[in-house]
Design a protein around this ligand. Structure first.
Ligand SMILES: [Zn+2]
Length: 254
């Protein structure tokens, strides 16, 4: 599990500098187009908070890194299409980052055929593109099923972050693989660790970092969620205040 110092912004800056030092930082589209022998792609899946993603993106912008931020449009904890969040996503894109769809498969297509899944995915990507005015040319699955990873799904106009060029499905992730995948899942490193040594040891790497785990000072697992709950609470209070004329009478009682 992450300790505070493992997931603070200072550590994040160190990771970004190690990525730059590796000399193999690429975007998904450049990997497909230029087919370099060595590459490292940095991706983010946004699970609970666009604000946290935005803050983390500012650090990348300062360090000269432009990565991909996959956002859900059916998440119950945030509305990617709210005026505020659309503005944040647009700013990230203005800074050179890529905004993609973090596809959250609804129950209606849960057991459906792949064709139905593709149509749903395409529809969500279109909605995200139309509502933000941004180019959406890529997607990642949220909690993908094995069969969806095995399918190496191709969707017109969209790069699949779990496509077989970028991801190797295996039951034994510790074995040598053509593409190495490393992620900070459940507030800890999985399948490896984002270090200079790891970046040097593998030719092709997809690094997934969830913005929800990272903050200015860092936080252990429980404290991190306490902070997220507080941030969401404050956001809700601000939203009510903006809508409810007599909110002053209520504020102290909530
Ligand atoms: Zn996800």
């Amino acid at each position: 599990m992450f300790r505070k110092e493992d997931c603070c912004y200072q550590t994040y800056r160190r990771i970004l500098r190690d990525i730059k030092k590796s000399g193999k930082y690429y975007d998904y589209a450049d990997v497909l187009e230029k087919m370099p022998e060595k590459w490292l792609i940095l991706r983010h899946d946004i699970e609970f908070s666009v604000d946290r993603a935005y803050q983390l993106s500012l650090i990348e912008t300062k360090e000269g890194i432009k990565s991909t931020w996959f956002v859900q449009i059916t998440n119950n904890a945030y509305n990617a299409l709210s005026e505020k969040n659309v503005a944040l996503l647009q700013k990230m894109a203005e800074n050179g980052h890529h905004i993609g769809l973090h596809y959250h498969r609804g129950k209606s297509v849960a057991g459906g055929a792949l064709g139905e899944l593709k149509r749903d995915l395409q529809m969500q990507a279109d909605i995200l593109a139309k509502m933000t005015g941004l180019t959406v040319d890529r997607f990642s699955f949220h909690r993908p099923l094995r069969e969806h990873l095995e399918a190496d799904l191709e969707v017109d106009g969209l790069i699949n972050a779990y496509g077989h060029q970028f991801f190797c499905l295996t039951d034994n992730p510790s074995q040598p693989l053509p593409v190495k995948y490393v992620a900070d899942s459940n507030h800890q490193w999985k399948y490896g660790e984002a270090t200079e040594q790891f970046f040097a040891a593998h030719d092709k790497i997809q690094l997934l970092i969830h913005p929800l785990s990272w903050s200015e000072n860092g936080a252990e697992h429980i404290e991190n969620f306490q902070n997220i709950v507080r941030e969401k609470h404050d956001e809700l209070i601000d939203t009510i205040e903006g809508e409810w004329k007599i909110f002053d009478e209520l504020r102290g009682k909530l």
